[in-house]
Design a protein around this ligand. Structure first.
Ligand code: ADE
Length: 339
């Protein structure tokens, strides 16, 4: 993974580090109002009927709280949560082992569910639909089908790429909820909440400034807050005011729009190398020597949401806003010879 402060993706060990900042219940959760409303209704209805919750698919860019929500859902249902991920389930036996050990009503959280191998997915369908798995034993003339009954459980699937899910898998989720980038007010509230948990004093202006540079993503807001806390401690500032937060974020290479060095390299490449586009993402990835998936999952969603980038049938195009932000003329032609 690239070294960057503003990727939405969790760095190794970061999930554990942030665990204390995570909201544990619906009432602690800030933002995503529509998603929360849907979940509250589903949870209350299931509890009143004394039934396990329907399967839930959470989709949206990294760092917006899909894992956190899965834990909140389990806590609200008063059940255990078992956590796994698409790439971790390599063989059907891995999944079967987990399914047969689930207790009634348990939440099975499958992160990156779009990366589940197809053969594993085939076992998940009947598991989710009928709470049973059919095996063929003694293949050949004496083949018999044996059914393994499972406890009723709830799959909470998370994906950054709902479009990559197969139709049959998508159809098995009763609830499919999209997480949006957070607004500045919600992010400022999250920064305030996290600073309280971390025991640092942050002025309202600084919370807002941090929120503005967090590209709509709580994980990034919390990451910036930790870096600024380090800076303030070393600089012997007893509280984080606006100037302290700006100084610290400038050192981190995050600009006032929340863009980091990879975002800026991306936009510069589209504007300078490809005259503003249209250009395919594979070409951009090759130019930057980055993974195509990193650009699609981590870089482009925010640039698109903020109007720095357009996606057309012929490829990606930098917008006039991107040219202005990067200091190029708005037609993308800076009068220099191509690199
Ligand atoms: N920390 C990270 N995400 C949060 C959220 N949505 N609400 C409250 N605290 C958070």
């Amino acid at each position: 993974m690239r070294e960057s402060i503003v990727t939405g993706e969790a760095a190794p060990g970061e999930e554990r580090e942030f665990a204390g900042l995570r909201p544990g219940r619906f009432d602690d959760y800030i933002g995503q109002d529509r998603v929360l409303e849907n979940l509250r209704i589903a949870v209350q209805a299931a509890l009143e009927r004394n039934e396990p919750l329907d399967h839930i698919l959470l989709h949206g860019p990294p760092g917006l709280g899909k894992t956190t929500l899965a834990h909140v859902i389990a806590a609200e249902m008063g059940t255990e949560i078992v956590v796994t991920s698409g790439p971790a389930l390599e063989r059907a036996a891995d999944l079967v082992g987990i399914l047969t050990n689930l207790r009634h009503g348990a939440v099975l959280f499958i992160d990156e569910i779009h990366r589940l191998p197809r053969i594993v997915e085939e076992y998940l369908y009947p598991g989710m639909e009928d709470f049973g798995i059919d095996f063929v034993i003694d293949p050949g003339p004496h083949a018999r089908s044996v059914r393994l009954e499972l406890a009723r459980f709830t799959v909470v699937g998370a994906t950054t790429r709902a479009g990559l899910l197969t139709g049959p898998l998508r159809d098995r989720f009763g609830l499919s909820l999209h997480l949006e980038f957070y607004g500045v007010e919600d992010l400022a509230r999250i920064v305030k909440r996290s600073s309280g948990i971390l025991g640092v004093s942050v002025t309202p202006e600084a919370s807002r400034t941090i929120a503005l540079r967090s590209r709509g993503t709580p994980r990034i807001a919390n990451r910036l807050l930790r870096r600024i806390r380090d800076f303030a401690q070393v600089a012997r500032r007893d509280r984080i005011d606006e100037l302290t937060s700006i100084e610290a974020m400038d050192i981190s290479g995050v600009d006032e729009a929340g863009l980091d060095s990879l975002d800026r390299r991306y936009l510069t490449a589209v504007i300078r190398q490809y005259n503003g586009g249209p250009v395919g993402v594979s070409a951009i990835a090759a130019t930057l020597n980055e993974e195509r998936d990193t650009l699609i999952d981590m870089v482009e969603p925010f640039l698109l949401a903020e109007g720095f980038l357009n996606r057309t049938s012929r490829g990606r195009m930098a917008t006039p806003k991107a040219c202005r932000h990067m200091g190029f003329p708005e037609d993308g032609d800076d009068g220099r010879l191509p690199l």
